[in-house]
Design a protein around this ligand. Structure first.
Ligand code: GLN
Length: 484
């Protein structure tokens, strides 16, 4: 096996036994990036020198007797998390060349653990999108088929992980942006509970939905990354003051006797038949492992899309007001007065999807429409959450497809908004309910990965990881690598 194909836990074993150094491992990944990123285009920036310096520092720490599962492990980070002195663009012209003065809390925790930062990965502009086609810079390609999208918005992180351009990666998930690209690229992607990981330094898209999470080659890697990033942070008032359990302890316990809900409404008419078939076969695997399958109805599922597309743009319109040409990033050079500065900066700095969301959101929040749209959406959000509450009163976790289809061609849906928004129909509810979920590979169709998600109640990451791990141990989908 090539060094770049290793998981975190495999690489850690070799590092701990001194069979490889972090400098060697990091160099192997830089070589891999040099060989394939021209085709995949996962990275917006590669930190060659800084990564080797991080790696050398990690090797010294290890020589002095330190150990941590992430010490010396090369990671990629979605370019929506602030990195001190390192460009943080959010895939937008608005923040081209913007260098933050501080690291996001998740980044600080990863750095303290000794992780090596390889670079920043491509994303749809301000994480708004499902394909990375909304990046202001370029589109990332799916490593399984370069003519197809990697998913999004954490498409760069998912593609980099699948292509062996990093050992694992960090992303963010507001409506599916970790799980959906994980599904399209055949890797594992974990969206933690709202409040589990600090959002300090995550550039805000929709503050009641955003969450930082992990993408890895397997479930164990997601658990290790979550372990390091989770916990209360005084810099984020929405981060929970709850103890962080040991996520790997008990992860390998049998799922015999566990109750898994199968939400009827998530097996939709019009979904790709191979996807339904793969997930149904995965359910058979769970039954053979002794899990009990329970038919569940989530009656408000059909309202998730419209609820999300009122609330997320409303919050985005407020959050993106800060990009005014005065405080951060781009400022229109030839404006005559303050109003022209605002107008030109925002007209030139934002791409079309971001503008659309700002307009939709401003409309939904404006006098006269607030009650009809925003307030109504908040009420429906409660109904969606109650669907989950009722489900978790009966079962330990839910199992469903992550996306109703496999990766489609670049350019295929970008001009058909409804088709594009529908790609996230099965992931949005998790964020609306504030709960957690992990997507793992469960099949292939025409050379493209299929993903399924295991969803758990708030702060039940340990259950979700255990259920996903049991399937992973019983199958070998997670061992496949794209033929790059
Ligand atoms: N694709 C969804 C959107 O465009 C979700 C994005 C995300 O989770 N960041 O809003």
């Amino acid at each position: 096996m090539e060094l770049y194909d290793l998981t975190i836990h495999q690489a850690h074993e070799l590092l701990a036994r001194r069979e490889i150094s972090s400098v060697e491992l990091t160099q192997a990944l830089l070589d891999r990036i040099a060989a394939v990123d021209e085709k995949v285009k996962a990275y917006l920036c590669v930190l060659e020198e800084a990564a080797l310096a991080d790696a050398a520092a990690a090797d010294r720490r290890r020589a002095e007797g330190e150990d941590h599962p992430l010490l010396g492990i090369p990671l990629a980070v979605k370019d929506v998390l602030t990195t001190r002195g390192i460009e943080t663009t959010c895939g937008s012209r608005m923040l081209e060349n913007f260098k933050p003065t501080f690291d996001a809390t998740a980044i600080i925790k990863l750095r303290d653990a000794g992780a090596v930062l390889m670079g920043k990965t491509n994303t749809d502009e301000f994480a708004m999108g499902s394909t990375t086609e909304n990046s202001a810079f370029f589109t990332t390609h799916n490593p399984w088929d370069l003519s197809r999208v990697p998913g999004g918005s954490s498409g760069g992180s998912a593609a980099a992980t699948a292509a062996g351009e990093c050992i694992a990666a960090i992303g963010s998930d507001t409506g599916g942006s970790i799980r959906q690209p994980a599904s399209f690229c055949g890797v594992a992607g974990l969206k933690p509970t709202y409040g589990r990981v600090s959002r300090h330094g995550l550039v805000a898209f929709a503050s009641s939905l955003d969450q930082v999470g992990a993408l890895g080659k397997d479930v164990t890697d997601c658990a290790l990354l979550l372990q390091t990033m989770a916990g209360h942070d005084p810099m984020d008032s929405t981060s929970a003051e709850l103890p962080v359990p040991d996520y790997r302890e008990g992860m390998d316990r049998s799922v015999a006797g566990i109750k898994l809900g199968v939400p009827r409404e998530y097996f939709r008419e019009g979904m790709q038949p191979e996807v339904e078939q793969a997930v149904r076969q995965a359910l058979d695997v769970y039954e053979s492992l002794g899990a009990e399958l329970v038919d569940i109805s989530m009656p408000h599922t059909d309202y998730c899309l419209s609820t999300y597309y009122v609330l997320a743009p409303a919050e985005a319109s407020a959050n993106l007001a800060r990009f005014d040409g005065i405080r951060y990033g781009y400022s229109a050079p030839d404006a005559q007065d303050i109003w022209e500065t605002y107008r030109k900066t925002r007209a030139e700095g934002f791409g079309p999807e971001v503008k659309r969301r700002i307009m939709l959101g401003t409309y939904a929040l404006s006098t006269g429409y607030y009650d009809a749209y925003y307030l109504k959406a908040q009420k429906v959000r409660t109904l969606i959450k109650q669907d989950f509450d009722r489900a978790y009163a009966q079962v330990d976790a839910l199992v469903a497809p992550t996306v109703p289809l496999t990766a489609f061609r670049i350019g295929e849906k970008i001009d058909d908004l409804l088709q594009l928004y529908l790609v996230d129909i099965l992931t949005l509810s998790t964020n609306l309910a504030g709960i957690c979920g992990v997507s793992i590979p469960c099949g292939m169709a025409n050379g493209l990965p299929i993903g399924m998600q295991v969803l758990g109640n708030a702060y039940q990451e340990a259950t979700v990881l255990r259920v996903a791990y049991a399937y992973e141990q019983a199958t070998d989908w997670h061992l496949r690598r794209p033929p790059l």
